[in-house]
Design a protein around this ligand. Structure first.
Ligand code: HEC
Ligand code: HEC
Ligand code: HEC
Ligand code: HEC
Length: 489
């Protein structure tokens, strides 16, 4: 029995030597591990495919060992890839995210090493693969520092976890060959949003100057994206689709297609909806004291008899429909004769900020709200205004083309929690003169539309703009809200 084992050991060694001698094509020549006969490797291993996938990515993050400090010994046999240190110990750095090494996506570019892939190794036995990983096949290819259990998972991944990504990804365009991005969005929403955010920018893998988001990886390196979605991210709680979701490769491609549509630029700090709330009552939104005196401009009119902070609200002079004296504020107690801001959307952002900050007219100075707020406000003027004539019939004050049934459902899911079933839970007026959702909807549909889109300054009320609502939803809610009670319950 003992003799037979040794015999096999010697045979393996001889075959190994022959193989090493014969495989001298493009790949570097590797020295055999040892001259003396060795105990043949254990021939059966067990392990986890997903752990193996994470080990393939960065094994020292998965098993608790220090990252390698010096270059991998094989690194010196190439000089095209100039990385150094721990990077040179990652399986993926030499064998590629697509497992095809120099025959795949790492066949050119800064990651090129000329080293082969591991895809064909998936047919090897446990013993053969272990031999490659623990240095007994080639002394310089020794990853036994990750420990026996991890080696078992590594072997399992190589045997059961590899996929030929040529069958799924177009290597030229980097797009999935076939995918349903809508389905991908659904899967992304259920699985990824919680950590990466709806637009994939909650976690920045890069730095401030050179941000990397889900969208960046999906577009730039679909092979890495696929590997990470299947195996998870080493040392993080990110789920592995192989283990947690049982996703098919098609599911992963669907998510990839959706992720390729996500933004790759750093998110701006500009908020259109905040601009809308500032337009309503800027000191509430900006957390400032309310102005005590009338604004200087107020003296240029004498029809509107309000005073104090009211005279500082953009909407008081320019209207809820942004049309000033051309709109509903063309008559009644709010009439000032002042113009609208609707057409200012054609001006540049700088010109609008200049107007708001008093650089154009010193009496029209709102710089107390600060630079950032003025930029948000100007952005609202430029990008956030809608033409109210498209949504409200000015003659009857009723919505144009609203669907009350859809509106009722939207109201139930979004407004009832704060405003109550019939909109009377919050009274915006006084006990004697109550104002409810129904009151605003009927008396001032323009105000209603503005507030539902932008939210209520200084309150937790959600904004339809931020929720990504179609304008039609706002009109539907308005249609339903006009049926709500206006009298105290
Ligand atoms: C520094 C580069 C480098 C790193 C890092 C590296 N390898 Fe290798 N690997 C090689 C080279 C070079 C070969 C030998 C190719 C040859 O001579 O046939 C090889 C061969 C292999 C083979 C045998 C392939 C075959 O078809 O014969 C397997 C399996 C393998 N590596 C797996 C891994 C795994 C798993 C990791 C990570 C734990 C890893 N390698 C990390 C460079 C690397
Ligand atoms: C439980 C939280 C969590 C979930 C859920 C999650 N991730 Fe991650 N993801 C992370 C963390 C943490 C990182 C590592 C960030 C780092 O290294 O800076 C990461 C990294 C990534 C990376 C690689 C970034 C890189 O280059 O290193 C990609 C791509 C990615 N996630 C995509 C997804 C996708 C797609 C989903 C849904 C299928 C998802 N993630 C689900 C937490 C999560
Ligand atoms: C007291 C009335 C009043 C208030 C309050 C007011 N404006 Fe004006 N606004 C005017 C008048 C009057 C003009 C016409 C130009 C001028 O005389 O400055 C004007 C002009 C503008 C213009 C240029 C319009 C165009 O078509 O070129 C913009 C933009 C503007 N206002 C934005 C705002 C914003 C934003 C706010 C809120 C921070 C605001 N205004 C508050 C009275 C007011
Ligand atoms: C998180 C709670 C919350 C939700 C959800 C909410 N609101 Fe409000 N809403 C408020 C608060 C608080 C106010 C301000 C009350 C005040 O100023 O007295 C308000 C004010 C309003 C006003 C303006 C009242 C005025 O004249 O100042 C309208 C109109 C309105 N909400 C409609 C809606 C609609 C429609 C929805 C659903 C799309 C909704 N709200 C969802 C909390 C909420």
């Amino acid at each position: 029995m003992k003799g037979k084992t040794i015999l096999i050991g010697v045979t393996v060694l001889v075959v190994g030597l022959l193989a090493a001698a014969c495989s001298q094509q493009a790949a570097p020549t590797l020295a055999p591990a040892t001259e003396a006969p060795v105990e043949p490797p254990k021939v059966e291993v067990s392990g986890s495919v997903t752990d193996g996938g994470k080990l393939y990515d960065k094994w020292w993050k998965v098993v608790d060992v220090d990252e390698p400090a010096v270059d991998h010994p094989l690194w010196a046999t190439q000089d095209s890839n100039t990385r150094s240190g721990d990077d040179t110990w990652r399986c993926k750095e030499c064998h590629g995210w697509d497992y095809f090494g120099a025959d795949g996506a790492y066949g050119s570019g800064s990651h090129f090493t000329g080293f082969p892939g591991v895809f064909d190794a998936s047919g090897m036995s446990d013993g053969e693969l272990l031999g490659w990983l623990d240095g007994s096949t080639t002394a310089d290819h020794d990853f036994s520092a990750m420990g026996e259990e991890a080696l078992g998972s590594m072997v399992t991944f190589l045997q059961d976890g590899l996929v030929d990504l040529h069958e799924f990804i177009d290597y030229e365009t980097k797009a999935p060959l076939e995918a349903d991005a809508d389905h991908g969005q659904e899967l992304y929403g259920n699985t990824c949003t919680v950590c990466h955010g709806v637009d994939g920018r909650s976690i920045n893998f890069g730095d401030d100057d050179d941000p990397e988001y889900v969208g960046t990886i999906a577009l730039g390196n679909p092979w890495e994206f696929t590997h990470k979605v299947r195996a998870g991210q080493p040392g993080s709680a990110m789920p592995a689709s192989l283990r947690h979701n049982d996703w098919s490769m098609q599911d992963v491609m669907d998510v990839l297609a959706f992720a390729q549509s996500l933004p790759i630029e750093a998110p701006g700090t500009i908020s259109v909806s905040r601009g809308g709330r500032l337009y309503d009552k800027w000191w509430k939104e900006a957390g400032l004291d309310e102005p005590a005196e009338d604004i200087a401009l107020w003296a240029r009119q004498n029809t509107n008899t309000r005073s104090g902070d009211d005279t500082w609200r953009c909407k008081e002079c320019h209207g809820w429909d942004y049309m000033g004296a051309l709109g509903p504020y063309g008559s009644g107690s709010h009439f000032t004769g002042f113009p609208g801001v609707f057409f200012a959307q054609d001006k540049s952002l700088e010109d609008i900020v200049a107007q708001i900050s008093g650089n154009v007219d010193p009496d029209h100075n709102f710089s107390a709200m600060g630079e950032a707020a003025m930029t948000d406000l100007a952005t609202f003027i430029k990008e956030g205004q809608i033409d109210m004539r498209d949504v409200v019939d000015y003659g009857s004050s009723t919505p144009v083309g609203g669907d009350g049934v859809s509106g009722e459902a939207l109201f139930a899911s979004t407004c009832v929690a704060c405003h109550g079933d019939d909109g009377t839970m919050i009274n915006f007026g006084s006990d004697d003169d109550p104002e409810y959702i129904g009151t605003i909807a009927i008396d001032n549909p323009w105000e209603f539309v503005h507030k539902v889109r932008a939210g209520q300054p200084g309150s937790g009320m959600p904004s339809a703009i931020d929720m990504g609502w179609d304008l039609q939803y706002v009109i539907d809610v308005l249609t339903f809200a006009q049926t709500l009670p206006v009298d105290a319950p």
